[in-house]
Every structure is written in C-alpha cells, then in structure tokens.
Ligand binder design. Structure first.
Ligand code: GLP
Length: 245
C-alpha cells in the first residue's frame, strides 16, 4: 500500500487525477470504477481540465459506479447518476453506452443487483477503482456490519451515513433509507485501487482503515489485503497516521 499525505484537497485532486489519467493513457479502453461524494469532485474537475486541453480521451473508457440510492431517478439532483453527469460525464467524451451505474429505479433488489453484477462480470474486470471513505469507514455503501458483503447488494444506510449525506439534500428532502452498492469482493477484484479522503472528520476512519484490524466493522480495512492500493489523504485526514507512514 502506497500512502501519500498531501497538503490540501487541491493537491490531493491533482495527484488522484494524475493516477486516473495515467491509467487512461496506458489503456484507453480502461474500465474505471468511479465514486461519488464530495471527495472526488476536485479530481473530476482536474480530469475535465486535462480533457479540455486535449491531453485525455475518454472515448473508449468504460465506467462502473459504486453505488446508487434506491428510489431516486437519474434526473434527481441527489442521485448518483445525476452527480456523475454533472461533475464528469457531461464534460468529457465518454460514450453514454459505456456508463454503468446501479439502477436505483429498479425496486426489485434481486434484479437490480444481479443485473449489475452481470455487467461487472462481463466487463473483464475493473482496471482502476476510485474510492472515497465514509466517516464510519464505509466504501461505496458497504456499511459496517458482521460480514463483508461480496457482491452488489441492497443496503440499509446507517443513521451516521444518512446524517453525513444529508448536507447534500434540500431541507424538505430526506436521505433515502436504502442504496444499492457494489460488494467488497467486486471492489477487491479491481486490479488497482485508489482511495482518497480529505478533511479532519475522516482522520479516525483513515487510521482505522489503514492501520487497524481488518474487520467488517470497518469495511475499508479490507483494502490492507489488496496488493495494488494507493491512498491519498490531505494533512487533516492524515493527522492520526503521519507518524505511522
Ligand atoms: C457516500 C458514498 C461513498 C463516499 C462516501 C464519502 O456515502 N456512498 O461512495 O465515498 O460517502 O463521501 P464524501 O466524499 O462526501 O465524504
């Protein structure tokens, strides 16, 4: 595991975007596993900037997103489909048919999850999986629990996750109770993983994930068992690990 503690979110975004660009340049038809949340926004903005300069081409890239809220249509501003279009897809030349996101409007969980797993299987594997980190150590929407969920599954979001994500919803909207999330096995099967986290409120989760015991109570701790993980955190999120790296 390679861990970088960088000065701030700007530096983090630049470094993360560099790694994603390198992947796309080396393999133009790369399968990218993508994440939502505030953490990757700067990274996506940097990728867009380089795309506009002509340095990046997404025409052959395939994307697979980690998760989606159950019950939110793709045009709902809080859906992860909307997020991805707004912060990345609408600004680069990725082909619409190459974009994959769990279908939050498929209310039959069995159908939604097996369909997504089939797509992942048929993809030939994710080359680079970008991950953010929940304050409770979740990745995707794999919440702390008694066991690691292997494949795409329906998740009942924890209160702490719903509260953390409430800031992105309007006052009269409530955070959905359920989401579909790629499973831990699918995430771990990615050839390379890039985990990013910034801000003081992630410091505890960063320490537990990277240096604590590997346990489903801290879903991100499983990443310690993957041999191609790069972690980029800013100084605030890396506060509790700076003497350990
Ligand atoms: C959300 C997403 C995760 C994301 C995490 C952190 O719940 N499902 O994929 O990594 O929370 O979000 P943020 O980057 O906004 O802190």
């Amino acid at each position: 595991m390679k861990i970088y503690i960088v000065k701030d979110e700007k530096e983090l975004s630049r470094k993360a975007a560099n790694i994603i660009s390198a992947q796309v340049i080396m393999k133009p038809e790369a399968n990218l596993g993508l994440a939502t949340g505030t953490s990757p926004i700067g990274t996506y903005a940097q990728l867009i900037e380089w795309y506009n300069k002509g340095d990046l081409d997404f025409s052959e890239v395939r994307s697979y997103n980690l998760d989606e809220y159950v019950g939110l249509p793709a045009d709902h501003e809080q859906s992860y489909a909307w997020f991805m279009h707004h912060y990345l897809f609408d600004h680069v030349n990725i082909k619409p048919e190459n974009i994959h996101i769990p279908n939050g409007m498929e209310l039959d969980a069995e159908v939604a999850c097996t369909t997504y797993d089939r797509l992942l299987e048929e993809s030939g594997g994710i080359d680079l999986q970008l991950l953010g980190l929940g304050v409770n150590g979740h990745i995707g929407f794999n919440e702390p629990g008694d066991a690691f969920e292997k494949t795409t599954h329906k998740v009942k979001l924890t209160e702490s996750t719903r509260q953390a994500n409430a800031r992105l919803f309007k006052e009269d909207e409530s955070v959905p109770e359920y989401a579909y999330s790629m499973g831990i096995k699918s995430i771990m099967q990615a050839r390379k993983i890039l985990l990013i986290a910034n801000g003081e409120n992630k410091a505890e989760a960063v320490k537990k994930a990277l240096f604590g015991p590997v346990t489903p109570e801290v879903p991100a701790s499983i990443l310690q068992l993957h041999n191609q993980v790069t972690v980029i955190v800013d100084e605030a999120a890396g506060r509790l690990i700076k003497d350990l790296v």
